[in-house]
Design a protein around this ligand. Structure first.
Ligand code: GLC
Length: 805
């Protein structure tokens, strides 16, 4: 007879003492007396993986996050069996595993400094409801230690004292304290003693992170199921941590087409065709540069994906072509919910092929989204992804749409309290069948991946362009992203800045917000300030919901239109600079936006800064985040910086007031920088670019800059047909030398550089180009010292006398 129906709550369980150790090439296995095994993989000298099981054996090792292109291999691996611990040493790290309780301590191999240490270390709680464990890890947190990362969390950059969860959620009109949001990126960087390390908890179940909130000296993370499986990266530079994480979870598979870095105009929704044309022709009439126009859900027939409403868009192919002839690329939305409709071919096919997600007991997963009741493809099945990618043939190849926007892919379900699928829904998970508890956070990623595969196929030989709302770690390989349904408030402008910086330090740099706010309507001033921030966001799009009025650059007053135009023009001028930074992101994983802490972690002043950031490598920007401002106080990082507008030189390392009336914002250029600029175009490719301007900012000392160019689309650059120009600047009190070293086989359409000098402390008396003296006539135009030279120069030598002599 059963008398006690209460489950025994065992609480937290911990590994017992280690009784066995085994080594298998790069994997080390430590077995505890109570069946816990720690599998430690030495991935690289500065990258260790820790994986635990409590049952004596591991499940199949499978991850959507880790790319097959990740760099692996180490230079050194030594293992010592010490009295109280095992000691693992690589060229960068020394790691101790305590024999008593399996706790881990990690030190810098060179100077012996303790970088990170288990507090309780790995522990778990049995999950009576679902089986398996709630897996947990706790680490010591030190006073003065800071934490950054975690994807799209909307609050202060420094996560210290906060607790967050990762569960992709449709979060209409979220706020600063809303959690979780659309993305699940369980990766953070810790910074202590000037040394940065990273932790990526590769577990797709709902996970949580507590950064010394619950207990002042403990940082912990846990998940509702799956394995304790985390990667530990060592910098000591934060930039190296972010690059290593990005290398492991994947850099974008290729560059975006250059037009995708232009300005995009969106609305829910522009229809019918005449409205779309009215918008695009107004851009041209008002000479406001724009490259992409978006079609939100109303272009479809009853919100059925891959269909067109023929009343609004009688001939999409013709329209898309006409838009393209005017320089506009069309981007169309595609959601995951497929309308239940026996007459609808996509639905019929998926049903026949058994591609829809099912509940545990075999019924289809039915949920309401825009089209009404829908079923949802199981994108975690490779066959379904293949099928899905094939659906884009008509849209891309025949009709000529250039980009696809994946939305509602958390997945979002309307009119249910949890806003998504129930836990029991089944997924293939690439041959590792599981419930929605495990697949939820990667559902959107796999949808975007399948979309990307389709676009890659049908856009070829051009590059695909995809946008997604939901994402898990690694999604940056396939797509760009935006921060979801924000609101037209000043606080949301601040949030947009936080989220974009945070995404960049979480490996996902191709990011932007709905400029002006999605919900509600901005005043002209807020819209203007948001555009000013937006020109520095890799994904640069205005979007808003239809029921809150117009949000085009001309929807306010003429002053707004003029200022907005001016800033969008700056973005278009900076395209070669941004493209070069993007190339560095694709090539090395270098984040496109660098929060000040990422830029200069040695300066503790940067650890709690939020607003200022570096765009690319050498431009410092700081948005104005309040109404009626004539400027603001901001922290300028160490070094010397040129005010972008006035060329005034400021010495950083301190907070200062910077004037910035509504037609301006604080922008600075690092001294010594060489900033490449295009002429203003109304869209990418409007003009044949025959000359690039190089803005040279004099520095006494040395600085390196780069310029990457290629065909701006296509894949030839992957076969060496790119041009990478490395510039090194060396300034002395009365001379300036610029050397150029060129790599790559691409012949650029531009032939010359128009070099403009800023801040030269001397009058130029002689110019030598590749050791030949130049005529000096044309060196000063309108008070600016500038000179036009052939693009392939090797050395430019500017000689001056000190003007005060
Ligand atoms: C969601 C998206 C938004 C889109 C709308 C209609 O709210 O986040 O961007 O406009 O759906 O498709």
């Amino acid at each position: 007879m059963i008398v006690n129906t209460e489950l025994e709550n065992k609480g937290n369980l911990f590994p017992a003492n280690i009784i066995d150790f085994k080594k298998d090439v790069d994997k080390l296995y430590f077995t505890a007396a109570n069946d816990v095994i720690l599998e430690l993989t030495v991935v690289r000298d500065s990258l260790l993986r820790f994986r635990y099981t409590t049952v004596g054996n591991f499940n199949n090792d499978f991850s959507y996050a880790i790319t097959k292109y990740a760099s692996i291999g180490y230079n050194k691996l030594e293992i010592e069996d010490r009295k109280e611990y095992y000691e693992i040493t690589t060229s960068k790290l020394r790691c101790e595993i305590s024999k008593d309780d399996m706790r881990v301590s990690i030190y810098d191999a060179k100077d012996g400094v303790l970088i990170n240490q288990d507090e309780g270390g790995f522990h778990w709680e049995e999950s009576y409801q679902y089986g398996g464990n709630i897996v947990k890890m706790s680490k010591t947190s030190n006073d003065g230690e800071s934490y950054y990362g975690l994807g799209d969390k909307p609050n202060h950059l420094n996560l210290k004292g906060k607790r967050y969860s990762n569960w992709a959620t449709d979060s209409y009109a979220y706020g600063k304290d809303t959690d979780p949001l659309y993305k699940a990126i369980p990766f953070y960087t810790g910074l202590h003693h000037g040394k940065a390390y990273g932790i990526f908890f590769d577990n797709t179940f709902m996970s949580s992170f507590d950064f010394a909130q619950e207990r002042r000296n403990v940082t912990s993370f846990w998940a509702q199921g799956g394995e304790m499986n985390y990667y530990f990266f060592y910098g000591p530079k934060m930039n190296d941590v972010v690059e290593s994480y990005t290398d492991l979870t994947g850099k974008p598979h290729h560059l975006p087409p250059l037009w995708a870095l232009g300005f995009h105009q969106c609305k829910w929704s522009y229809y019918p065709e005449s409205k779309v044309k009215e918008i695009t022709s107004t851009f041209r009439k008002l000479q406001i540069p724009c490259d992409a126009i978006y079609l939100d859900i109303d272009y479809m027939e009853g919100f059925r994906c891959f269909t067109w409403n023929k009343e609004y868009f009688p001939d999409p192919k013709r329209m898309v072509k006409e838009l393209l002839d005017d320089g506009f690329k069309t981007v169309a939305i595609i959601d995951p919910g497929i309308k239940i409709d026996k007459e609808y071919s996509v639905f019929k096919e998926a049903l026949e092929k058994d591609y829809f997600c099912k509940r545990a007991d075999g019924d289809y997963m039915k949920g309401k989204v825009w089209p009404g009741e829908c079923y949802f493809p199981d994108y975690t099945n490779p066959e379904v992804r293949d099928w899905w990618s094939g659906l884009f043939k008509e849209l891309i190849e025949d009709i000529g749409v250039k980009g696809v926007w994946n939305d509602m892919n958390e997945p979002a379900v309307m009119e249910v309290p949890n806003k998504t699928f129930p836990d029991d829904v089944r997924h293939d998970y690439d041959g590792n069948p599981c419930s929605h508890r495990k697949a939820h956070n990667i559902y959107g990623m796999q949808m975007a991946r399948a979309t990307y595969q389709g676009l890659k196929k049908y856009s070829y030989p051009k590059r695909p362009f995809v946008i997604t709302r939901s994402a898990y770690s690694g999604t940056q390989r396939y797509t760009s992203t935006w921060t979801g349904d924000n609101v037209a408030t000043w606080e949301h402008l601040w949030i947009a800045n936080m989220q974009s910086q945070r995404m960049a330090m979480s490996g996902f740099s191709f990011v932007g917000s709905d400029i002006g706010g999605f919900a509600e309507q901005p005043q002209g001033e807020l819209f203007t300030r948001w555009i000013q921030l937006g020109i520095f966001h890799p994904f640069f799009r205005v979007h808003s919901s239809g029921d809150h009025g117009d949000q085009e650059p001309w929807a306010f007053d003429e002053d707004v239109t003029d200022i907005v135009r001016k800033f969008i023009e700056i973005r278009y001028q900076l395209l070669p600079y941004l493209y070069t930074a993007f190339w560095n992101y694709v090539d090395h994983g270098t984040p496109l936006l660098k929060s000040l802490v990422l830029y200069d972690q040695e300066d503790v002043q940067t650890h709690y800064r939020t607003d200022e950031f570096i765009f690319g490598e050498q431009i410092l920007a700081c948005p104005i985040l309040e109404p009626n401002a004539k400027g603001r106080r901001m922290y300028v990082p160490k070094g010397k910086w040129y005010n972008f507008w006035t060329d005034e030189i400021v010495k950083g390392g301190k907070e200062m007031w910077v004037d910035a009336d509504i037609d301006s914002m604080p922008i600075f250029v690092k001294e010594g920088a060489i900033i490449p600029k295009y002429p203003i175009q109304q869209y990418v490719g409007e003009k044949e670019i025959t000359e690039i301007t190089l803005d040279v900012y004099y520095k006494e000392g040395k600085e390196k800059s780069e310029l990457f160019s290629d065909a701006n689309d296509g894949f030839d650059y992957t076969k060496g047909r790119y041009s990478l120009r490395n510039f090194s600047l060396n300034g002395k009190s009365n001379e300036l030398i610029i050397n150029q070293y060129k790599e790559g086989k691409f012949v650029t359409p531009y032939e010359t550089f128009n070099i403009k000098f800023h801040g030269l402390p001397f009058d130029v008396v002689e110019v030598q180009l590749d050791n030949e003296k130049l005529e000096l006539e044309s060196i000063k135009v309108n008070g600016v010292t500038s000179i036009v030279v052939h693009k392939n120069f090797s050395e430019l030598h500017i000689i001056g006398t000190k003007s005060d002599l």
